[in-house]
Design a protein around this ligand. Structure first.
Ligand SMILES: [Fe+2]
Ligand SMILES: [Fe+2]
Length: 433
């Protein structure tokens, strides 16, 4: 167990620290913004833009020297209007697979007669109601708003949409497979997973349609067959998906409320759909809460506490570094990236402490200092990745920053935590050690 924990932590910290979160091909847009005179072409209000439609509708298709088809922004195309997916890095949204036999052991009704089926049956009824069945109907403003987003901001938007679409589609694939595999052993849970997949497919499809406004849709069928699938043990899938659903909820609702208060920053109508959309994510998170509670071994004992702490930190650090590396996107929406992220992490942590046996104490002195220092080190890594030095020299240049990030991650892991929601020690809230 110790080795599993240690290697898992080291691997994940390595994942977090050694990869440039920005794929090389995505960097151009950001780099341009940091250059003197570089700027994001931005239209203050949706619909206020003057027609640039002809330009956006007829992207320049060129053959690169390698014979690849590229559009006017430099994106590689599989065919006209269909983008080659961004290069996979360890910080890009991934597709997951798991040990489905072990999942069956967890949910099999014959082997687990004590599963709280009454609660799960009630949840199934809720999911069947399909509250957002008619929500994802596009209005007329999408294409016009997409055409109005030009220049470097266009690339930033496309990257945001592609990452979001991939993440939603990843959820769809995993939930769909779980629904399929559990059909015989637990029809109720199987149907819930299938309905979760329905929601995620809807979200992914909606975003992919948005990408087609930018003439760069993804071929999701091709991705399904060709993208690498990362294996996670079922219990890790449960911790990680719970957190991603809850953090997804807080991200969407925070953006939505901000844009409601600041409509001039609403550059693209998709954000208007976030209020109902995020309720899907909240319901998904609630279902995973029920799953966690149905399996006490995931919420009790030292191992569960360490994994809880580890997954919270992994998710928070990943988001904090990723978002700060893309702060131009959040600024374009009028958000302060640091405030936005801290708010989302705070709310997610508050929600998670009602479920997980332990969460990081994000208000402990020094917590955010360490997070901010990591952002600084990560910025250096990005700069090195994008200089013209040979690869071996880049590795040498990056080594001290990687070492600092690893050290900060480890120190965060051993910082004070809050003992919360644990079933094994009643009333142990706010215990600090
Ligand atoms: Fe979703
Ligand atoms: Fe979801």
């Amino acid at each position: 167990m110790t080795w599993t924990l240690t290697s898992g932590v080291i691997h994940a910290f390595w994942v977090l620290c050694t990869r440039n979160p920005l794929a090389d091909e995505d960097w151009a847009g950001y780099a341009a913004l940091t250059r003197p005179g570089g700027h994001a072409t931005r239209v203050a209000r949706r619909g206020a833009a003057q027609p640039v439609r002809a330009m956006a509708d007829t992207p320049t298709l060129e053959k690169a020297k390698s014979g690849e088809m590229v559009d006017s922004l430099g994106y590689k195309l599989m065919r006209p209007g269909v983008k080659v997916a961004a290069k996979e890095t360890l910080l890009t949204p991934r597709f997951y697979t798991t040990d489905f036999d072990e999942v069956d052991e967890i949910f099999n009704l014959k082997k687990n007669p004590n599963l709280p089926m009454e609660e799960l049956d009630a949840m199934l009824e809720e999911f069947r109601k399909d509250y957002n069945q008619k929500h994802f109907v596009r209005n007329e403003g999408f294409s016009e708003a997409a055409d109005a987003i030009q220049g470097d901001l266009r690339k930033i938007f496309i990257e945001f949409l592609e990452r979001s679409c991939t993440a939603e589609f990843s959820g769809f694939l995993l939930y769909k497979e779980l629904g399929r595999r559990l059909k015989d052993s637990n029809p109720c849970v199987a149907e819930i997973f299938t309905l979760l997949a329905r929601d995620e497919a809807r979200h992914a499809g909606f975003i992919n349609k948005a990408l087609s406004d930018f003439n760069l849709a993804l071929d999701l069928g091709f991705l399904t067959k060709n993208r690498t699938y990362t294996f996670f043990k079922p219990k890790f899938i449960i911790y990680a998906t719970y957190l991603s659903e809850k953090i997804g909820y807080w991200r969407y609702i925070t953006m939505y409320r901000h844009l409601q208060r600041n409509p001039d920053n609403q550059l693209y109508p998709m954000f208007e759909y976030f209020e109902n959309w995020c309720q899907d994510e909240n319901r998904h998170g609630d279902f995973l809460t029920a799953v966690l509670k149905a399996r006490p071994e995931l919420l009790n004992g030292l191992e569960a506490r360490l994994w809880s702490r580890f997954f919270c930190l992994s998710v928070y650090i990943t988001m904090y570094l990723n978002d700060h590396a893309r702060h131009y996107f959040y600024e374009a929406l009028g958000l302060n990236t640091t405030q936005f992220d801290r708010h989302v992490i705070l709310e997610t942590n508050n929600a998670t402490e009602r479920v997980f046996p332990e969460v990081p104490d994000i208000e402990a002195p020094g917590f955010w200092d360490r997070m901010d220092r990591m952002v600084g080190y990560n910025t250096k890594l990005v700069e090195i990745d994008n200089n013209d030095a040979p690869e071996w020299l880049k590795k040498v240049q990056k080594a001290p920053y990687i070492e600092r990030i690893l050290a900060e991650c480890l120190q965060l892991f051993f910082m004070p935590t809050k003992r919360t929601g644990s079933l094994d020690i009643e009333g142990a809230k706010n215990y600090v050690y």
